[in-house]
Design a protein around this ligand. Structure first.
Ligand code: SF4
Length: 334
């Protein structure tokens, strides 16, 4: 893992909030997310479905088009404020300076065009390359992401590739304009375990070669441990723990992060049932005013009726437990 802590951040979110007015009430899909991604850094955003991680990324790209959405805060990309920029201003950024990898490669690829045609279109939209030059680049990219016989496969259709190979094509497309930032939304969820490992390895390698920054959105702490330099954990739209990956994974502070880490299966450990986090994923209409995790937290106290503030430092969390209580609880559980 490589970080460049001294360079200006490539992406900086400050107090990003996204809410939707619905007939049932106001849904705060993202509530006060702040994070900073340095050059060449991998920032993992982790949480279960509905935690707001994908909505945050789609909103920063201007892809949240719901007329009832309200988006506030600040999103600075390469030092420029981009939140609220119109489609015209975002067009060269989306797919050019910021590449995107989606969970399901079939939704990112159009089934009726060859993969080569789609990569060439992407390249030509953002560069001055001729069709022939763009095709040569597409073949080069497919080779780079491990598609064998790229010269021939460039003329194949998406359905002619396996799921893992399709995701490689999507990565080639996302990398086609040498993006400064790659946003990967659950890039390995639809893949088998072996292919998952290959795709994560490929993304790490591409990051090293191109020095692109990566935001990886996942529900899987295993992916975070494998890829991320820094982590933000989200629950019910709120960031609840953030810091360097090693600190968050080795010394988690928030009970929800304890649950996420406890749910990662360990090789060689046999157990009757997979560990889960007690309770159900919260309805976005029922998020408590105080700690959002309170209805599922085994350690809830009177203080938790008020929203916990962030602690200080590089590794921060939002929980009312004191350090002494935390250490005692963890000791008791291990
Ligand atoms: Fe649990 Fe309270 Fe901490 Fe929330 S603030 S995680 S309810 S102990």
């Amino acid at each position: 893992m490589s970080t460049n802590e001294h360079a200006a951040p490539v992406l900086e979110l400050t107090d990003l909030s996204v809410s939707f007015s619905t007939r049932q009430g106001l849904i705060r899909a993202v509530d006060g997310l702040s994070l900073s991604v340095g050059r060449g850094e991998v920032h993992g955003i982790v949480g279960e479905s509905g935690s707001g991680k994908s909505v945050a990324m789609y909103s920063l790209l201007g892809l949240t088009r719901d007329a009832n959405a309200s988006i506030t805060g600040s999103v600075r990309f390469e030092g420029r404020e981009i939140l609220g920029s119109g489609d015209k201003a975002m067009q060269p950024i989306r797919g050019g300076e910021i590449g995107m990898i989606f969970q399901d490669p079939m939704t990112a690829l159009t089934p009726v065009y060859t993969v080569g045609w789609q990569i060439v279109e992407q390249i030509r939209q953002h560069t001055d390359l001729t069709k022939a030059q763009a095709k040569a680049r597409a073949i080069e990219l497919l080779g780079e992401v491990g598609i064998p016989d790229a010269k021939r496969r460039v003329d194949s259709y998406p359905h002619e590739f396996s799921g893992g190979m399709r995701q490689r094509v999507v990565i080639a497309m996302a990398m086609s304009c040498n993006p400064k930032l790659l946003i990967a939304d659950e890039p390995t969820t639809a893949l088998d375990v072996t292919t998952q490992a290959q795709i994560l390895d490929l993304m790490s390698r591409l990051r090293d070669v191109h020095n692109s920054s990566i935001v990886i959105i996942t529900h899987d702490m295993g992916v975070i441990a494998e890829m991320a330099d820094r982590v933000t954990v989200m629950y019910a739209g709120r960031p609840i723990e953030a810091g360097p990956e090693l600190d968050v994974v080795r010394h988690p502070r928030h009970p929800y992060t304890w649950g996420l880490l406890g749910a990662v299966p360990r090789i060689g450990e046999r157990s009757e049932r997979l560990a889960t986090i007690a309770g159900n994923v919260m309805s976005p209409l029922d998020v408590p005013v105080g700690c959002a995790f309170a209805p599922r937290c085994a350690y809830v106290m009177d203080e938790c009726a008020a929203r916990p503030p962030w602690s200080d430092g590089d590794h921060r969390s939002a929980c009312w437990l004191s350090d002494t209580q935390r250490v005692a609880l963890r000791r008791k559980e291990s």
